[in-house]
Design a protein around this ligand. Structure first.
Ligand SMILES: NC(=O)c1ccc[n+]([C@@H]2O[C@H](COP(=O)([O-])OP(=O)(O)OC[C@H]3O[C@@H](n4cnc5c(N)ncnc54)[C@H](OP(=O)(O)O)[C@@H]3O)[C@@H](O)[C@H]2O)c1
Length: 307
């Protein structure tokens, strides 16, 4: 069996783990005893390391790894991703360099598309520092892949959601929405679909370097998304205001997401990775939840506690 290293055993990788252990002997970088326990319970061998700590990454350099799934994000500040560079440097020092890499990036690397459709051939125009860091991580990975002849799959991902990760807090806080005629568009991806795409991104790519928009079929305006969510959970819809007014009323962090508008095309994902999404639109999950009052109440109670 080949060895796979997971770098970032977070929500998506944990969802992918049951599929991954069928194909690989899985090792996972963990930085807490709790994460190490989760790794072991899922059938993976924990490797204690922190991407911010070069010394601890020497453990990664000592491993014989065939394939790598990277889901850990860049640091929270700056315009580059030194974590990625440290990781790649550690992998270069290993006896054998991995042959296949799959990285979860974001559709933020495209920058603002002005509401237009974008595909993988669209230019990268990252605007926020957050998107610059992602573009830097992608650039470092591309250089590594070319230099060492390593297969690289980049999954450009929009907002990730699932029943237990819905942005209900924003509705409960009554933060204003942009009025429909000025609103931004974006796609979404269910965390379970993304988990399966990570497996496909390692197994179904035949060498080389390939990017995929790992998104659903239907871009929605932000207001449309929150309206559907509010309907499902029987919550009041916040007021809708002109764009400029919303910008004044929300945090700069939230505005950096609202400011950019993109409709992202997933044709390549469907054609080449043969992806069959269980959640091709957010409606599929919301319809399931609409039919389950108990689960909705549970989710809402949890969201009420998250501050
Ligand atoms: N939220 C969205 O809507 C969205 C959209 C597009 C892309 N993404 C990106 O998609 C990726 C997967 O998402 P997710 O929900 O699975 O993320 P997640 O649950 O936050 O998992 C990220 C993992 O990275 C690990 N990590 C972070 N810093 C690390 C470091 N310095 N050293 C070692 N490990 C480190 C975390 O470890 P700990 O468990 O120890 O914290 C965690 O296991 C992330 O990169 C995320 O930023 C998210």
């Amino acid at each position: 069996m080949r060895n796979l290293l997971i770098v970032g055993l977070g929500d998506v990788a944990r969802r992918a783990l049951p599929y991954l252990v069928r194909h690989w002997r899985v090792l996972a970088v963990t930085r807490s005893p709790q994460a190490a326990r989760i790794a072991r319970a899922g059938g993976a061998l924990p490797v204690s390391a922190n991407l911010d700590d070069w010394k601890s990454l020497q453990r990664v350099a000592g491993l014989a790894i065939d394939d790598v799934l990277i889901t850990a994000p860049p640091p929270e500040n700056g315009r580059t991703d030194p974590r990625m560079r440290k990781l790649l440097s550690a992998m270069t020092k290993a006896d054998s360099i991995p042959q296949r890499l799959c990285y979860i990036s974001t559709t933020g690397v495209y920058g603002d598309g002005g509401g237009e459709w974008l595909d993988e051939t669209s230019p990268l125009r990252p605007q926020s520092d957050r998107a610059q860091r992602r573009a830097d991580a992608e650039a470092a990975l591309r250089a590594f892949s070319r230099r060492h002849g390593v297969q690289l799959t980049i999954l450009r991902t929009p907002g990730i959601y699932a029943a237990d990760r819905l942005p209900l807090r924003r509705l409960l806080d009554g933060l204003p929405l942009i009025r429909p005629e000025e609103d931004s568009f974006s796609n979404h991806i269910h965390a379970d679909d993304l988990a399966r795409l990570c497996v496909a991104g390692l197994l179904r790519v035949n060498g080389g370097l390939r990017c995929y928009n790992a998104c659903d079929d239907e871009p929605l305006s932000v207001t449309d998304w929150y309206s559907q969510l509010a309907d499902c959970f029987l919550l009041p819809l916040p007021e809708m205001l002109p764009r400029e007014e919303v910008k004044q009323r929300v945090s700069p962090g939230l505005w950096s997401f609202l400011a950019e508008s993109r409709r992202v095309d997933n044709t390549r994902l469907r054609r080449e990775l043969k992806a069959v999404l269980r959640y091709p639109t957010v409606r599929v999950l919301l319809e399931e939840l609409s039919a389950d009052a108990g689960l909705r109440a549970e989710i809402l109670a949890k969201a009420g506690k998250i501050r």
